[in-house]
Design a protein around this ligand. Structure first.
Ligand SMILES: *Cc1c(COP(=O)(O)O)cnc(C)c1O
Length: 364
């Protein structure tokens, strides 16, 4: 079986180094907000290119804390792509704000900048972009709109650690950005973990306080905060794996390039960089579309190739957002009905990659 993502193999490459770092944490007996957290956050900020990085408990918290830090009024609106993982949308609702869904571009799967302006109202406060499937959003038009309407811009970078747009890494393209280090992400911990990056000192201080019960001084509570912190053990693991992130992303690009050059089955719609630089995509997944998606998935399973659908049901069709169930987002729905992700990961062998191509090309 070619696994979709062999996490054990991915992490075992660094086993000795990680074992040593975890042993250090145990020897020190300090488990939260210690040296490992500081180290990793310094290194991650340096990597992303921002002045600040705050470690938090997971990606959803990172998103939620960013929005909370801006003190928007209940009922204010935030623009978000209609085809994202539910967490992006939850972070807006959780703050008592209204998510305003915008259709993606069918070629990039990212929010369609041309469809944003018609959704901007008096209540719009921010645009939340999602670098979906590892591919950086083309930010120029987003920045122009934000400037014109005086909006904040936030990034959901949970799928795009290391992607570069116009010389800058994602996470450094907006007012504040959220990362997830869920085990299966391009940079993954040994459990839940996340981070916020920003160049804004005030926002950094505010999210830091909010994430620590609203406390900026022990037993003094400035805000009604949350408990969302990055454990020392996860920080140590992430600090080791960060050193290999660029090399891992490069291997993903190599595989993606091979798929794009060699998959020739006319029934399969391949992803395209749409003229953007190769560095703009870190291929968190390799999404293809096909009309007969379920048969295609069964066929791949029969041929020992594991796939995952990102995602089978659009957010506006979910029971959690029943008030949207009758709305129509045709491009989002088309994507959800036809998309399927082929295996891609830094530990896939050339033989496995070749086998995927052969099997996909033989599908009819
Ligand atoms: C994984 C993911 C999240 C949530 O991250 P968690 O760490 O699982 O909370 C948010 N947005 C997107 C796009 C994701 O893929």
């Amino acid at each position: 079986m070619i696994k979709f993502l062999d996490l054990e193999k991915i992490n075992n490459r660094f086993r000795d180094e990680i074992d040593g770092r975890i042993a250090n944490v145990l020897d020190r007996g300090w488990y939260l907000l210690g040296g490992e957290n500081d180290n990793f956050c310094d290194h991650f900020a340096e990597y992303v290119g921002t002045k600040y990085c705050l470690g938090v408990a997971n990606g959803l918290d990172a998103l939620t804390l960013i929005i909370k830090a801006y003190d928007f009024a209940p009922g204010d609106e935030i623009i978000v792509p209609a085809n994202t993982y539910i967490a992006t949308i939850l972070s807006i609702s959780e703050n008592g704000l209204t998510p305003v869904l915008v259709e993606p571009d069918i070629n990039t799967y990212n929010i369609d900048p041309k469809k944003i302006e018609e959704k901007i109202t008096e209540r719009t406060r921010a645009i939340m972009v999602v670098h979906l499937y590892g591919r950086a959003v083309e930010m120029k038009e987003i920045w122009d709109l934000a400037k014109k309407y005086n909006l904040k811009v936030f990034e959901d970078c949970a799928q795009a650690h290391g992607a570069i747009y116009d010389g800058h890494r994602v996470g450094n393209l907006s007012d504040a950005a959220a990362f997830s280090f869920y085990p299966g992400k391009n940079l993954g911990a040994f459990g839940d973990a996340g981070a916020i990056t920003t160049n804004d000192e005030d926002i950094y201080k505010k999210v830091k306080t909010l994430a620590n019960y609203g406390s900026d001084k022990k037993y003094h509570f400035q805000y009604r905060g949350k408990n969302s912190r990055l454990d020392e053990i996860h920080a140590a693991v992430l600090d080791v794996k960060l050193k290999y992130l660029d090399a891992d992303n490069e291997r993903r690009r190599e595989i993606a390039r091979y798929y794009i050059e060699h998959i020739t089955n006319p029934k399969i719609v391949l992803p395209t960089l749409n003229g953007m630089d190769e560095k703009s995509c870190v291929w968190h997944v390799f999404p293809v579309r096909t009309e007969n998606r379920n048969a295609f998935q069964q066929y791949l399973t029969d041929n020992e190739i594991q796939t995952i659908i990102h995602y089978p049901i659009a957010p506006h069709k979910q029971p959690a957002y029943a008030e949207w169930n009758n709305l129509s987002y045709p491009i989002t729905e088309e994507i959800h009905d036809t998309i399927i992700s082929l295996p891609i990961s830094p530990v896939m062998t050339d033989e496995e990659v070749k086998k995927v191509v052969e099997v996909v090309n033989a599908f009819n």
